[in-house]
Design a protein around this ligand. Sequence first.
Ligand SMILES: OC[C@H]1O[C@](O)(CO)[C@@H](O)[C@@H]1O
Length: 287
Amino acid sequence: MQHKVVIFGEMLWDCLPSGPVPGGAPMNVTLNLHQLGLNSRLISAIGNDEDGQKLIDFLQTFDLPVDLIQVNEEHETSKVLVNDDDPENIKYTIVSPVAWDFIQWNNTISQAVAESEAFVFGTLAVRNAGSLITLLKLLHHNTLRIFDANFRPPFYDFELVVVILGFTDILKINEDELVIFADYFDIDPSVESVCSHLDQHFPIDLICVTQGSKGALIYKGGKIISHEGYKVKVADSIGAGDAFLSGFIKTYLDKQPLDQVLDFACKLGAFVASKKGGTPRYEITDI
Ligand SMILES: OC[C@H]1O[C@](O)(CO)[C@@H](O)[C@@H]1O
């Protein structure tokens, strides 16, 4: 049976100097999972405009269901200005407010989350109270809750992060976010200290930490499994973390051993880093 995963958050156009590409971490994860053969659906919002229609058209070229994507009459489809001068360290300027700042709760999205095997969310889409209220309601469902911190300064608030951590089963952070967590909790910024602190104070069962070109690790029950990553020629790092998370979700739900889960997550992350933008089109056999 196909695993059902629901993803909540932003969908947008990443405006690179070379032209616009579809993006947004939650949309990138949804598309990756779909291409990996899972039943993935995105809860998001576009404006009633051409940019929004083009995003829907793009998703439909993958045969991805778009029934949980709302059309907001008052706010535009999201655009992000991307500075890719340093391909390994991308800078994002995220226009505000936009349609996905106002994702409305309704029975259809609630039921989709209730029936899902996993529910994935991040911090950017809840920068505004409109979508935050909706996410907080959805977090009460009894499904595997996967939190991808995906901090996009200045759009995150650590007090809110702490609330969300209370509803998190699996957490994914990168090495920069690890330091932000350590600063907030006023603890040593090592992987061991941050992960064991989170393990002790929150209901989190497993933590993934991505470390850019140095690879990634999984922390579970006091043990760390690490992977040195796959070396590729980086086109840009847009969506590499999203691809890592997608590879993790697929193999984790398939109940593969954690070292293989980590290996596939690293492989997919590296594969997407070797392509331009966060939403390349591929077959599983290409990875
Ligand atoms: O979601 C915020 C930003 O992060 C990315 O998803 C990459 O992880 C970009 O596509 C987007 O502009």
